[in-house]
Design a protein around this ligand. Structure first.
Ligand code: SF4
Length: 191
């Protein structure tokens, strides 16, 4: 059984080679400034979040659980969710992001990965989630549709196949992503 992480889905959409290098050529990762800053801000948000009302998520009542570890043998997937809201309106995954930009496609698929894990663990449908934009102090609500879930599952299959066959994928076409990439040295073929 080869488990992958929800974070891998996000990275795969950002640049599939990053996931390939992490599994097929493991190297020690240096934390980037953005990662460090994100960690500090997440701790601050945890404190604020405990005092925040659920109205920030347009929800009347509910229970919050922070840093929830999830794993599914069926999906061969694991992940640590920043926040889970259990309310009469449903289960909602929340992911904190240290960015002012609107959630991008890779964030959407990452959130969908958490939704799939929650559905598996709680045997309940999860159709919406939130991305909390830390600098903006605002939560964006995202629809987690059946089509999105199906595409997320297809992507997980692709990732597993890439790892199993040690097949190097194409580089991202967005070369500005390579500037601060810790795997830049492995991508000599594109520079
Ligand atoms: S250097 Fe660019 S292509 Fe290579 S892994 Fe990093 S982001 Fe992807």
């Amino acid at each position: 059984m080869s488990f992958v992480r929800v974070n891998d889905i996000k990275q795969y959409f950002y640049c599939p080679r990053i996931v390939f290098y992490q599994y097929c050529m493991p190297v020690e990762k240096k934390p980037t400034w953005k990662m460090e800053q994100g960690k500090v801000e997440e701790e601050r948000i945890d404190g604020l979040e405990k005092r925040r009302k659920l109205s920030a998520y347009r929800l009347g009542e509910g229970k919050r659980q922070f840093h929830v570890w999830l794993a599914s043998e069926r999906l061969e997937l694991t992940g640590k969710l920043d926040l889970l809201i259990e309310s009469p309106a449903g289960l909602f995954p929340v992911d904190f992001k240290f960015t002012t930009r609107e959630p991008s496609r890779n964030h959407l698929f990452q959130l969908c990965g958490y939704a799939l894990l929650l559905e598996d663990a709680y045997c309940r449908e999860v159709n919406k989630g939130f991305i909390y934009l830390i600098p903006k102090n605002d939560a964006a609500v995202l629809d987690l549709t059946p089509e999105l879930k199906a595409e997320t599952l297809r992507t997980l299959e692709e990732i597993r196949s890439m790892i199993e066959h040690e097949r190097m994928p194409p580089a991202t076409s967005l070369r500005n992503r390579c500037v601060d990439c810790e795997y830049r040295n492995f991508c000599a073929d594109i520079f």
